[in-house]
Each structure stands twice: as C-alpha cells, then as structure tokens.
Ligand binder design. Structure first.
Ligand SMILES: *[C@@H]1O[C@H](CO)[C@@H](O)[C@H](O)[C@H]1NC(C)=O
Ligand SMILES: *[C@@H]1O[C@H](CO)[C@@H](O)[C@H](O)[C@H]1NC(C)=O
Ligand SMILES: *[C@@H]1O[C@H](CO)[C@@H](O)[C@H](O)[C@H]1NC(C)=O
Length: 372
C-alpha cells in the first residue's frame, strides 16, 4: 500500500520545483505530517522501510513463465539481449504457468515496426494458452527498446494498454504509459574506475556533449555556448577516454544532461557522486526506477525557461547547508542500481528492473473483453 501511494506521488513529478511542493502537500493529505522533513532524508528509496524485505521476498518467490518461440530472432539492442539472457538463466523462470506471477513475451527484432509479427504472436497465444484471456494481457510483459506506438489492431491495443512494457530511457513521447511501463537505464559499456584524489570538486558543473555537438537542438546549443565562457563549468564536445571521463565525473559537483539529448551518462554520474542536473522543457515520466528511487533526492530537475542564470540559482540553492553532500551520498547509493553486469549481481540494473516488475505483479483481472 505504501509503495502504491508513493508511486502515485511520483505521478506529480512534473516541473522542477513542483515535486517538493506536491510531495509536501500529499504528505499532509496522508496525515503523516509528523514524518521527518524531506531535508533530513537519509535514503534514496521511496519506501526505505519496506524495500530491503520486499526485495528479498522477490528473490525467493517471484516466478515468471516465458513463452519461448521455436525460433527467436536477435534483439535490436545489447541491453535487450542482456536482459533476455539474464532472465532466462535466472531462478525467476518457472515452467509451471500456474505458479507464475507474470508472463514474459519475447518479441522479435525491431518490434516497434514489425507489428504484424506481434499481432500473429498474440493471436496464437490467445488461442493456444488460457493466460492472455484471463487478464487481456495485464499480467504479461515485454521488452521493446523504442516502445510500442499507437495501432488500431485489437491485439496491439490490448498489449499497449494492459501489458507492462520495458523500454529504453528516454522513450519517445506517446510510447510510455506511466505507472504501468518501466524503462531500462542505459547500458554503460565502459568500465570506469574512481581516480585517486582528495575529493575536492574543481567544477560546479560538467557537460559532456559526447560528440553529439549541436545536433541536439537549440536549447542545448544555447546552454552549452553560454557555459563555455563560464570558468565554473567544463563543457566537452567529444567523448573522453574512460580514465579522463571518470576523473571529470569525480571532480565535478554536478553533471548536466538535456532530456531528449544524450542522457546515457546519468548512471555513471550517480555512481561517481556527480549529482545529475536534468534540464528539461517538459515533464519526465519515464525515468528509470521511478517507483523505487526518490529521484528528487538524487538529481536536480531544472526547467529550461530560466536559462543558464536560472539553473545557476537553482544549483546555488542545492548547495546551501549540507543539502549537496547528502544528495551526493544518496546519488552514490542509488548508482549501484544503474550497473549492468554480464552475470547479474544483487541490486544491479537487472535485479532492479525485476523488482519493478515484482511491484506490478498484482494485476487487474478483467472478466471479459470490452470494447475500448
Ligand atoms: C480467448 O478469447 C477469444 C475470443 O476473444 C477466443 O477466440 C479464444 O479461443 C479464447 N482462448 C482460449 C484459450 O479459450
Ligand atoms: C585537493 O587537491 C587540489 C589539487 O588537485 C588542491 O588544489 C586542493 O588544495 C586539495 N585539497 C585538499 C583539502 O587537500
Ligand atoms: C556516448 O556516445 C556513444 C555513441 O553514441 C555511446 O555509445 C556512449 O554510451 C555515450 N555515452 C558516454 C557517456 O560515453
């Protein structure tokens, strides 16, 4: 129940300053006003009291039935195949469908455009197995890096409306349904090691355009041009080699990202205690682990409207008192959930995605098909 309420609170995760206000308001409404003030939080989790036990329970009891096609075409991205392989090798898989909490639909390569293949697959399993009809797909999940878009076919409508989709963050608009869908954090392919150092930050903010230059639109180029002239910021256009990149992350207080641009470094930034600053023109509804992590405690969300000045003011406020140190520590704790391993480790990205699926195991069971 607590988990449910808290994920609802995250629904209000809109404008950069709104979450604190809304969170405070909703705390009042739920009558827990005597709870610790937000500024005293010492956990990056939405439900610090229940997360460890619930995670352990998941490891022991969560069961998934996978429909295995005779021939599975390769996935389009490395993160999709890694998740698929990790899942099939895990102890979550059961061959007894009656024991299963959820059902896994492995989709063929390029599922976002190959709707005909998906339609055929769902039509077949609808007639060959009793499970789809019980919930019209609500206890089923699938992986599609780019997400499923609108389509009028009944099979796709049920899949999109009811089944849990796992897509890659950031997901295109209209291809992610908050509270139902989840997103993968980026698969970081370089193994970074913390450089030796005394922990003194050289820069207030670090922006790595990672070779994407000015392709990413006006907002990004306006911001980055302005920041280039500011000695408190380091702007790099090209991707650095891993050692230098790790050095940058650990010697900057904040790491800047443009939502819609290259956000692939957010997980690295968290692990290195470089508090992510996400500059966005619209609400972000598909952050990885949104119903596990308290994002407002591990990252700063800045509206684009105030420009660089507005952002610097907001960063200044974040640095008041011990708030920054606390955020940095919480960010590093949260960072472990963004690590992908070829062989899954406790609390890593694979297990945290599984945990999100576990939170979604109580599904509505429709009695019959109703027109939409
Ligand atoms: C599921 O429902 C459809 C009609 O919507 C029906 O054609 C199909 O046979 C049902 N599947 C099973 C296994 O009973
Ligand atoms: C940490 O190292 C930097 C140079 O890398 C130096 O300027 C700074 O004074 C050092 N800080 C402390 C507390 O030793
Ligand atoms: C940078 O861009 C490359 C190519 O698009 C990508 O593989 C990599 O993950 C990106 N991120 C970082 C932090 O280098």
């Amino acid at each position: 129940m607590a988990e449910h309420l808290q994920s609802r609170q995250m629904a209000s995760f809109m404008a950069p300053c709104a979450p604190l206000l809304l969170l405070t308001l909703s705390l009042c409404f739920y009558g827990v006003i005597q709870a610790k003030p937000l500024s005293d939080l010492t956990s990056p989790y939405l439900s610090p009291a229940t997360f460890p036990a619930s995670y352990q329970k998941m490891l022991k009891t969560f069961k998934i039935f996978a429909y295995i096609p005779e021939k599975l075409q390769p996935f389009g991205t490395a993160v999709e195949s890694l998740f698929h392989d990790s899942l099939l090798k895990s102890s979550f898989i059961t061959t007894n469908a009656e024991d299963a909490h959820l059902f896994y639909l492995p989709f063929p390569h390029d599922s976002s455009r190959n709707y005909r293949g998906i339609v055929r697959l769902i039509r077949n399993l609808r007639t060959d197995f009793p499970f789809w009809n019980r919930t019209l797909g609500a206890d089923h999940f699938y992986v599609s890096c780019s997400g499923i878009g609108m389509n009028s076919d009944r099979n796709i409508v049920e899949l999109k409306k009811n089944s849990v989709q796992i897509s890659c963050f950031p997901t295109a608009e209209g291809r992610f349904i908050p509270h139902k869908d989840v997103s993968f954090p980026h698969l970081n392919d370089q193994h970074l090691h913390a450089p030796p150092g005394n922990g003194t930050a050289k820069y207030l903010g670090y922006l790595n355009l990672n070779g994407s230059g000015d392709q990413n639109g006006k907002l990004e180029s306006t911001f980055s041009n302005e920041l280039r002239g500011d000695p408190q910021f380091l702007v790099e256009s090209e991707a650095s080699d891993p050692a230098l990149y790790a050095e940058r992350l650990s010697s900057s207080k904040f790491c800047l990202f443009f939502y819609g641009g290259d956000v692939s470094g957010i997980g690295d930034a968290l692990q290195f205690g470089c508090v992510p600053v996400v500059i966005t023109e619209r609400p972000i509804l598909d952050l990885p682990f949104m119903d596990v992590l308290r994002w407002s405690e591990i990252a700063v969300f800045v509206g684009a409207g105030g420009g660089v000045e507005g952002m610097k003011k907001q960063l200044g406020r974040t640095c008041e008192g011990d708030r920054y140190e606390r955020m940095k520590n919480l960010a590093m704790v949260a960072g472990q959930h963004f690590v992908w391993n070829s062989s899954p480790q406790p609390y890593d990205a694979f297990h945290t995605v599984m945990y999100q699926l576990w939170l979604r195991r109580h599904t509505i069971r429709y009695a019959r098909w109703e027109s939409i």
